[in-house]
Write a protein that binds this ligand. Structure first.
Ligand code: GDP
Ligand code: MG
Length: 206
């Protein structure tokens, strides 16, 4: 999938501002500092997009980027450092939950987990939430350049165990530094947009 054009559209701080034009969306979620901005920049081969998402006031917003005028990349607020998360670690952000619950058509969720640090309980809660909604999802292990080649398989397995992933749910290793894994992410996006050829089926609601 070759991207010709990606442009910032808007930042929604409440569900009233969510885009409701029927275009498909790919939502990117993960702990603060997981490497989400770096990965989005690398995916688009430019710096401007994710810089918008780190503008003060927009870090807690749902940031929409229109890609090729036919889908949205949605940068969700990073979790883990918010006061709400400290008060109640089981609670995910209201605005994130509202986005995932109400977006039509239903989004593909790319959950980013730090490949070096591994999965955390917050990541587990996030992924449980996504799967509980039965959304199509993809787990990505970021900063994989920090993990030596000999340790990667084990690191990815450990993330799968922490998240409670099933056998057919794999973790994709990526690095914004080296560009590793970017082609696979674009491939997953293309497959999601073309369900006939998609290996990414929505998970079953328990
Ligand atoms: N080695 C390495 N560092 C990374 C990578 N991606 C991000 N980082 C670093 O991790 C930190 C957080 O990255 P950032 O993209 O701002 O994370 P965000 O908070 O999830 O948007 C920064 O210091 C980045 O330079 C990567 O692929 N490899
Ligand atoms: Mg960021």
């Amino acid at each position: 999938m070759r991207v010709a054009n990606a442009e910032y559209v808007l930042s929604a701080v409440s569900p009233d501002h969510f885009v409701r034009d029927g275009l498909p969306s790919i939502a990117f979620a993960g702990r603060s500092n997981v490497g989400k901005s770096s990965m989005l920049n690398r995916l688009f081969g430019r710096r401007r997009l994710a810089r918008i998402s780190s503008t003060p006031g927009r870090t807690q917003a749902v940031n929409y980027f229109l890609v090729d005028r036919r889908l949205y990349f949605v940068d969700l607020p990073g979790y883990g450092y918010a006061r709400a998360a400290k008060r109640d670690r089981r609670r995910w952000s209201n605005v994130i939950e509202a986005f995932l619950r109400t977006s039509v058509p239903r989004p593909l969720v790319v959950l980013l987990v730090d490949g070096k640090i591994g999965g955390t309980q917050l990541d587990r809660h996030a992924w449980d939430y996504v799967r509980g909604l039965g959304l199509a999802s993809l787990v990505v292990a970021t900063k994989i350049d920090k993990v030596s080649r000999g340790r990667r398989v084990r690191a990815l397995d450990k993330i799968r165990v922490t998240l409670g992933a099933k056998d057919d749910e794999s973790v994709l290793a990526v690095s914004a530094l080296t560009g590793e894994g970017m082609a696979q992410i674009w491939h997953a996006v293309a497959a999601f947009l073309d369900p006939d050829s998609s290996p990414l089926k929505p998970t079953e609601t328990p």
